[in-house]
Ligand binder design. Structure first.
Ligand code: AMP
Ligand code: GLY
Length: 420
């Protein structure tokens, strides 16, 4: 079967790596891909948010299965266009992608099914939002309703800061995404992510993870897309997993199906856990990046079978073959990230890292220039490894990091500290 993956980050490199190991894959094309992906698959330039263009490309290249990596094409309805054209696709419809694309929608679903989450109020009017903040306890969480590339959340510890966040968001700092805001109660606890495949009927857990969002060691400094991750998350014990499935995931999926907008794809469940009780922070309708790198390292070739079973509505008969292993991904970013950073610095040492089923250097933002590998994004590489213990996975991952010759790169030395 010919397979097309949409996206070009570390997540998509990991998906491509897992898919390529499965003999069901005859040819793999990744659009747009990156320089690391180009070493294992064909890359194509394509506007991945243009459904008509993606359908045409799939037809022209005899694609039998499309895996959609990032949220933007999902929110744009590319999965619907492919399904309408009769192309098998992994990823939710535009209507089901609202679980990520609208925070107010997710809150409304949580209320409808009584899923535990932070108390909230939803505003379309600045004056009403400001008035609501007047006596709200601090800290308070302000969220732009729509997709804001991970930047639409402000945790305000002072009232002035909260008011400013509302003014900025509703004043257009995130364009249409901030026209509406959700104001939430601040939840204490430990965060973890839970990944579940759903086909509109059955649900199948495929792993837990924790990521490090802050740029600096000790989880300090500005937020990033994620500087590292590990799987499994120790805080997600059997009881927390069961409670998350019964009280949050299954009721949400049943409600989406009942509304005529079943969810098909991977649901990324962001949780806050306190005293063994999980509450929903947010849903994403795609794999996390860099969490996906850890999950693919652990699942390997079976990831493709699971995604196919999901897309074909056969999830009830699918099962995951677990190795009781651990994985870690350490992200290497360009100095300056998540602020302004330079592109084009030369990265050496990558050729010596061959990669195998225990360790892979996934590329997130790389390009080739005059035959050399150069940085081409904020997050650039994801050293990902697995082992019988997290300590072993960590040792392998940092072994790869240390073999890279890239003076302009930055990374954290403490990924996994909470679990180790
Ligand atoms: P994201 O939406 O993934 O960019 O990240 C938002 C982050 O803000 C989450 O990962 C949490 O760390 C934090 N957060 C969001 N909502 C809440 C809440 N209600 N209480 C506490 N922390 C929150
Ligand atoms: N690592 C968090 C995300 O992918 O949203």
């Amino acid at each position: 079967m010919n397979i097309l993956i949409l996206g070009g980050g570390g997540r998509e490199h990991a998906l491509a790596w897992a898919v390529m190991q499965n003999p069901k894959c005859d040819r793999l094309i990744v659009a747009p891909g990156n320089a690391g992906i180009a070493q294992i698959a064909d890359c194509a330039s394509l506007d991945i948010c243009d459904g008509t263009a993606v359908v045409e490309f799939a037809g022209a290249n005899s694609i039998g299965f499309v895996i959609i990596g990032p949220e933007a094409p999902l929110a744009a309805g590319v999965a619907d266009d492919l399904r309408d054209a009769g192309v098998l696709v992994f990823g939710p419809s535009k209507a089901a992608a609202r679980l990520e694309a609208s925070k107010a929608f997710t809150k409304e679903i949580c209320t409808a099914v009584d899923a535990p989450t932070a108390g909230y109020a939803h505003f379309t009017d600045v004056a009403a939002a400001r008035a609501y903040l007047a006596d709200h306890p601090l800290p308070v969480v302000i969220k732009a309703d729509g997709l804001a590339a991970g930047k639409g959340v402000v945790i305000a510890t002072e009232r002035e800061e909260a008011l400013k966040a509302v003014d900025d968001m509703m004043g257009g700092a995130f364009g249409a995404a901030g026209a509406e805001v959700v104001i939430e109660e601040f939840m204490e606890g430990e965060e973890a992510s839970f990944f579940v495949l759903c086909d509109g009927d059955a649900v199948l857990p495929i792993g837990t993870a924790q990521d490090h969002k802050r740029i600096g060691e000790g989880d300090t400094g500005p937020n990033t897309g994620g500087m590292g991750a590990y799987s499994p998350a120790p805080v997600m014990d059997d009881a927390v997993v069961a409670a998350t499935l019964e009280r949050i995931v299954k009721p949400t999926m049943a409600e989406m199906t009942r509304r005529g907008t079943p969810f098909q794809g991977v649901l990324f469940v962001g949780l806050m856990i306190a005293d063994g009780r999980p509450r929903l922070v947010e849903y994403n309708v795609r794999f996390g990046d860099p969490e996906c790198q850890c999950l693919m390292m652990r699942l390997g070739a079976q990831a493709l079978d699971l995604m196919l079973a999901c897309a074909e509505g056969r999830l009830a008969e699918a099962q995951v073959n677990w190795a009781h292993d651990h994985a870690m991904c350490v992200v290497m970013a360009a100095a300056g990230y998540p602020g302004a950073y330079e592109k084009g610095s030369i990265i050496g040492g990558l050729d010596a890292l061959e990669g195998d089923s225990f360790s892979m250097m996934f590329h997130a933002g790389t390009a080739t220039r005059d035959g050399r590998m150069v940085a081409a994004g904020g997050r650039v590489l994801g050293a990902t490894a697995r082992g019988a213990t997290l300590a072993e996975a960590r040792q392998r991952a940092y072994g790869m990091v240390d073999a890279v010759d890239w003076p302009q790169g930055v990374f954290r030395r403490d990924i996994g500290w909470r679990a180790l």
